[in-house]
Design a protein around this ligand. Structure first.
Ligand SMILES: [Zn+2]
Length: 580
């Protein structure tokens, strides 16, 4: 300060001494000084990301992505979801509510709405309109979420000054972590290639979102070749050949190969719906999300004042790629390495604009994934597929044997399970491994529901590949053991007015799914074991071996923020990592 005038300098010294004496004064008082809250809570989610990816690829990560989270944050190595099905919506409905599906009501990505007989999604809402895409395309809202989120509670605590924004490729993954009282949620439309929202949040999109869309953010990836970011030898070492026989892309929604490079066009010559769908199965939507998150931070001035804002960013590309190629593929390895770079870019941007010291970061995933059944079979691990027709055939045969012993035609018990029309055929409702009873038909014929339940459960258990089966009555009565993790996870996934009447669990490495290459949903560790990392002021960095679950994130963030925990929060405050 060579040019500082003497008077200014004196004033400077005086201010400094007043500051230090007031610090000393505060320390002498018994009341602690009021601490500032972080300016931003950033939730980063990677859709379909097993805990073991952090270890399998750990030495290949750069210093500022996943490795920064593990180094500077508190990381729980034994973090498991404690519900099933381990799907996207239930996971995203848990992390910021601290509530299992039994409390959040988000029991699946989709379920049967008994009132209308329709298949609905966790966020579908016919009362709202889509913004930013085709106005008549289906729109979404958090109306079915039955619990408040950390963001909702921050809004209540700050008289709405806190801003809460959710971003993802999938609607459910943007909407559910943000909450019912969020300012906005934005997701990617695979119909129009734009970032969209709904009239649940506002009458029209903010100008910056329209500007983002006008620049056609998806189109610059048209015909781009997805290549490996590292030399092929590294992939051969870690993931094996690029085209193992269990990697089956023949039933893919959009044309693809099972080897690099993947050229992303969707089989069309100019960007359009098929291309945008194909883009979902590439790593590039993660890049779009990072750009969009940066725009949101700047234009919404997130983290610029003392009222803590919330930004949730859920990367979906990993899930699409994982379903198509499986967790041990070169493609999943590559999208994981690219996500590491995406997270580094996002954290660096926040550090430069808001400061990571002023940011509380949580990182997790909505579920893991199972090996491809044919891969698990080739490894001698008992992988396989349980055909839907075999399951339902056995159950219907048992129902007929008990309730139509004379073999009358038509079979009066043929409609005892709820059915839906698909084209010209009628199919039983079988969703989330749940079967739904037709109570009207059971009542009509005076069938005892408890006995009927037992007939269905016994029949399901007789199907090769079905390990466990629970009835509604059993779950409602609490006739399950909470020390048995599978029974407990079934109970935590059961919401009476939305769930079915019988819940099935396949054996490990087996799917009741005939076509999808790789998937998740089970109560087994490959689907439940995910990262839980919290980084920021007030958190002691380190590896923690205590059991944890992503349901612990919301109550722990609430404790650090000193706000009321979300309404149905049942998770644990992860006190072992909190500074006193
Ligand atoms: Zn998911």
């Amino acid at each position: 300060m060579p040019r500082m005038r003497r008077r200014t300098f004196l004033y400077f010294v005086l201010t400094i001494s007043v500051f230090f004496s007031s610090v000393g004064f505060a320390q002498r008082r018994t009341q602690p000084a009021v601490q500032k809250r972080p300016r931003l809570v950033l939730l980063i989610v990677v859709d379909q990301f097993r805990y073991d990816y952090l270890e399998r690829f750990g030495d290949l990560f750069g210093p500022d992505g996943f490795r920064r989270l593990m180094r500077d944050g508190a990381s729980w190595t034994q973090s498991n979801y404690d519900h099933m099905p381990t799907y996207t919506a239930p996971g995203h409905g848990t992390m910021m509510t601290g509530a299992y599906p039994a409390e959040s009501g988000i029991i699946g990505n989709e379920w049967l709405d008994r009132a209308t007989g329709k298949r609905i999604t966790s966020v579908s809402d016919e009362s709202v309109k889509l913004l930013g895409g085709n106005p008549n395309d289906p729109a979404s809202s958090p109306s079915r979420l039955m619990a408040s989120t950390v963001g909702d509670e921050l809004r209540l605590a700050t008289n709405d000054r806190a801003k809460v924004i959710g971003i993802s490729v999938k609607d459910r993954s943007a909407i559910l972590p943000a909450g019912r009282h969020a300012n906005a949620a934005y997701w990617f439309s695979w119909l129009t290639g734009t970032m969209v929202s709904s009239t649940y949040y506002f009458k029209q999109l903010p100008g910056w979102v329209t500007n983002f869309n006008n620049a056609k953010p998806a189109d610059k990836y048209f015909a781009v070749k997805w290549e490996r970011v590292l030399p092929e030898a590294e992939y051969l070492k870690r993931a094996g050949p690029d085209d193992p026989k269990w990697e089956d892309v023949s039933n893919a929604w959009t044309p693809d190969t099972n080897t690099f490079p993947h050229t992303i066009t969707g089989g069309v010559t100019t960007p359009g719906q098929k291309f945008y769908t194909a883009l979902d199965y590439s790593p590039f939507t993660n890049d779009i999300l990072v750009s969009f998150a940066q725009e949101a931070i700047v234009n919404e001035q997130l983290g610029q004042d003392d009222d803590t804002d919330v930004l949730t960013v859920s990367f979906s590309a990993n899930d699409y790629v994982g379903h198509r190629f499986g967790p041990y593929s070169q493609e999943v390895m590559d999208v994981t390495l690219r996500t590491d770079r995406n997270i580094a870019t996002l954290l660096d941007f926040i550090d430069s604009r808001i400061g990571l010291a002023n940011t509380l970061v949580a990182f997790t995933a909505d579920h893991g994934v199972s090996p491809i059944p044919e891969h698990a079979a080739a490894m001698g691990m008992g992988g396989g597929r349980v055909p839907f027709a075999t399951v339902m055939g056995k159950i219907q045969a048992a129902i007929s044997a008990r309730y139509n012993p004379q073999g009358k035609t038509p079979d009066p018990s043929a409609d005892y399970l709820l059915r839906f029309q698909e084209g010209t055929a009628w199919r039983e409702w079988f969703i989330n491994n749940n079967i739904y009873f037709n109570y009207d038909a059971l009542k009509r014929d005076g069938v005892d529901v408890e006995e009927f339940s037992q007939v269905v459960v016994r029949a399901a258990l007789s199907v090769p590949g079905i390990a466990r089966c629970f009835s509604r009555l059993q779950l409602l009565r609490g006739a399950t053991s909470v020390t048995d993790p599978i029974e407990r996870r079934a109970l935590h996934g059961f919401y009476p007015s939305r769930s079915g009447d019988v819940v099935m669990v396949a054996e490990p490495y087996k799917y009741i799914a005939e076509t999808i290459t790789a998937t998740h949903g089970s109560p087994y560790s490959y689907d439940t074991h995910v990262p839980t990392i919290i980084m920021g002021a007030g958190v002691n960095a380190g590896r923690y071996l205590e059991p944890a679950t992503p349901a612990d994130i919301a109550p722990t963030l609430s404790a650090i923020l000193r706000i009321t925990a979300p309404s149905n929060s049942t998770g644990r405050v992860l006190v072992e990592a909190l500074r006193k």
